[in-house]
Design a protein around this ligand. Structure first.
Ligand code: GAP
Length: 498
């Protein structure tokens, strides 16, 4: 991870947000190469979900939705984590993620959580866990912390209203808080914590405008926001991140078939872009992990440097969401299939609330997984017999930020002009191209290996004589001499999506 984080900064994939102001914890900016990688992954997902099929359409919904959406979805009441403070080292953490310990057992920890601190003993309380940092069982009670970012819509000042309301009333702290919430509520909105709800809320509009027949899906990509208690592992868990979600609406009773179908599809999608497909696996949720509305769920997991962790959740969400939004708004969020028989009445035609299978992936987390999968170090020996390490990002060419670098061997004899002309042709073919004449050719190859550029086209004196170039392959470092059209055709072909 340290190497990836350093490469990301050094080469312009990911920067700390607001770095010159000391940085903002858990916020990241994607640099010139990072934005290309992220867009390429998003495009690969959109392509496989929307363009390559005729049963899924896309939407791009507003980040701020009606606040009642989040009451109906259960996020206002339920999207909260148990927050705990360690009374020994002052760490704040999530109780449900803390290391488990037997209730009543005795544990040893360092005073203040410092290596130099006195060794102390304590007894594990009824919560059954200890502090993840110092191992102390001396902890505060859990308090629920809602993970949604709140803000207000419109030119309002809830605080001014609040002061007006409490004036001359002798309220205690609890009453004041309730009054404040009441004032806030008049203009309160949330930043969406997931993209999914818009697909449920717009189900009817999409179905009616497209005449899609069940089974069909609605796909969306975009930013989501969660005020995470623990932000960790670089871009793995951040407060602002991007999701790629698809809600697939199906006939009730067919959820086992479609869950199997979508877990297979999604696994195949990750594996076809990966160097080490075995580092992607599927894990079925235990019963106690399932959300109350879900009758089955799988995680696509990746083997991160700290172990297996979630990359995507694929949930069978039953008819929970459409039913809830239908009941809350009085809208008929259902589907009529005239070719089916109603199983209850036995009459032709069946109106039902569709069930949903939801593959919910993290785009920014996939960027991390693809960087980890691509990072390779190779030992080699240079011309002087010195051992050196070649760092290369073996990104699939379809995902690579720069597809090809065009490199004149020298900055004279018409070589830079020839390089520009070839680059122009490659750009016309739709590729992101770098034309690079700085530094020695060896250094330029090394730089492009490190940022994952799958091909380098080198212009030399022979190019101007016979219109041939050398095409260097990033992964093998082998070069072959080809005509210019043959080199371009080879690059274009290799950059196709698998
Ligand atoms: N609509 C269902 C849903 O949002 P989720 O498992 O909470 O499900 C889906 O999120 C995916 O979004 C996760 O598998 C992960 O890849 C990504 N994700 C969730 N929280 C994240 C965070 N704080 N930072 C980065 N990615 C996150």
């Amino acid at each position: 991870m340290t190497k990836i984080v350093s490469l990301c900064k050094r080469r312009g994939f990911v920067f700390q947000s607001s770095e010159i102001y000391g940085g903002l914890k858990s916020a990241y900016d994607y640099g010139p190469l990072g934005v290309e990688l992220k867009r390429n992954i998003a495009a690969a997902w959109w392509r496989s979900m929307v363009y390559e099929r005729d049963d899924i359409v896309g939407i791009d919904a507003s980040i701020i939705m009606h606040p009642k959406v989040w009451e109906t979805s259960g996020h206002v009441a339920g999207f909260s984590d148990p927050l705990v403070d360690c009374l020994n080292c002052k760490e704040r953490f999530r109780g449900d993620k803390a290391p488990r310990a037997e209730v009543g057992s005795e544990v040893v920890f360092q005073e203040g959580g410092k290596a130099s601190g006195k060794k102390l003993k304590g007894t594990v309380g009824a919560c059954g866990y200890v502090c993840p940092v110092c191992g102390s069982p001396n902890l505060s009670d859990e308090r629920q912390f809602n993970g949604m970012f709140r803000t207000t819509l419109g030119p309002v000042d809830p605080l001014a209203d609040f002061f007006k309301e409490i004036k001359d009333k002798n309220l205690d702290e609890r009453e004041m808080r309730a009054q404040y919430e009441e004032c806030l509520k008049r203009s309160l909105v949330y930043l969406r914590p997931e993209t999914a709800q818009a697909m449920f809320v717009q189900f009817l509009n999409v179905q009616q405008t497209t005449s899609m027949k069940v089974p069909f899906g609605i796909a969306q990509q975009g930013k989501s926001f969660r005020n995470e208690i623990v932000v960790e592992h670089f871009i793995f868990r951040s407060c602002e991140f991007e999701q790629m979600e698809m809600e697939f609406f199906i006939e009730p009773g067919t959820q086992d078939h479609w869950l199997k179908y979508w877990t297979d599809e999604r696994m195949a999608w990750y594996r076809k872009y990966a160097n080490t497909p075995a580092n992607f696996r599927l894990r079925q949720h235990e019963d106690n992990e399932l959300a109350h509305y879900s009758d089955d769920c799988y995680d696509v997991e990746y083997l991160y440097p700290w172990g297996w962790g979630e990359l995507e959740g694929i949930a069978s969400r039953t008819d929970y969401d459409l039913k809830r939004h239908g009941a809350a708004t009085g809208s008929k969020l259902s589907y009529f299939d005239q070719n089916k028989t109603d199983p209850e009445t036995g009459k032709p035609g069946w109106r039902y609330v569709p069930y949903v299978i939801e593959p919910a992936a993290g785009l920014t987390r996939t960027v991390l997984a693809m960087l980890l999968d691509a990072y390779h170090e190779e030992k080699s020996v240079d011309a002087n017999g010195q051992e050196k390490i070649r760092v290369l990002l073996k990104l699939h060419p379809a995902l690579a930020p720069i597809k090809v670098a065009v490199l004149p061997l020298v900055k004279k004899d018409g070589q830079p002009e020839k390089a520009e002309a070839i680059a122009k042709e490659l750009r016309r073919a739709g590729l992101n191209v770098a034309c690079d004449d700085a530094q020695s050719i060896g250094k330029r190859y090394a730089k492009h290996d490190e940022v994952g550029t799958p091909f380098c086209i080198t212009i030399d004196t022979q190019t101007l004589d016979d219109q041939t170039v050398t095409l260097r392959d990033r992964d093998t470092a082998q070069q072959e001499r080809l005509t210019i059209p043959a080199a371009i055709a080879k690059v274009v072909e290799a950059c196709r999506h698998p």
